[in-house]
Write a protein that binds this ligand. Sequence first.
Ligand code: SF4
Ligand code: SF4
Length: 294
Amino acid sequence: MNEIVILSGKGGTGKTSLSAAFATINNNTIVADCDVDAANLHLILQPVNYYDRNFTTGSKALINYDTCTNCGLCIDYCRFDAISFHREKVTISEISCDGCKLCSRICPSHSIQMIPSDKSRWYAGNYRNGKMVHARLAPGEENSGKLVNVVREHAKKTAQETGWETIIIDGPPGIGCAVISSITGTNKAIIVTEPTNSGFHDMKRVLEITANFKVKTVVVINKYDLNESISSKIENWCVENNIPVVGKIAFDPEIVMAMINCQSITEWKPESETSKEIIRIWNQVKTDKCIIQR
Ligand code: SF4
Ligand code: SF4
């Protein structure tokens, strides 16, 4: 099994566009969208889901108004400011509630119950080049790392059932626990960066994580021509640190047009220089022939 994770230290680098392109180059591909906080790869790949399952992330406090005396004591105890008077009635904000259970313990009339929070969901389905697993973490919910694990486990199970080799993981941006859940145990990581100082800085932070987990990592510089001076800095730094820069993609407005039309760039403009470069990058990464570009 070949699990390849696509990462970026920050949002907006083109990570998902690149994941969509990789996902539509070959058939018999399994895609795991692990950007569970803001999943949007399914908008391009448009899977037809055969699973739609709940994911329980913890519990939320719920008031029984038949017995609540509106005394307001629970407001004083909630450390998350989730309880307040709304139109003179004690109300709990589902989004702010952390599920700590304290209010349910101190309520003199035992009017607060903890209810399992199961509004997050995960899905599995068929898309035009294979199978896709993705998820949606409900607003304000925690445990994104656990939901990423659910997505990855189902993707692996699908690979075992189908005998298909490649799992493409669209990782979350940043360096939080969902990123760590997306990286652990993968074979390779591709970091998509852009030629800005923040892009350069965030790339280094993600590289620290992949190095900690001993995952072989390569870099792609997207929109490299928007600032060739910073692109050169990134390339030189990567060469000095033995990180292969496997490709540089020029800014291409057709990538946006492809997304608007629910296609990847390799489907939308297969003969474009952008598509050729992405296919070249993918063939290197997939076959492990990563060349340092200078
Ligand atoms: S402490 Fe209990 S009775 Fe008092 S306002 Fe809160 S829920 Fe109602
Ligand atoms: S469970 Fe905890 S966070 Fe939620 S409303 Fe009660 S005290 Fe606040």
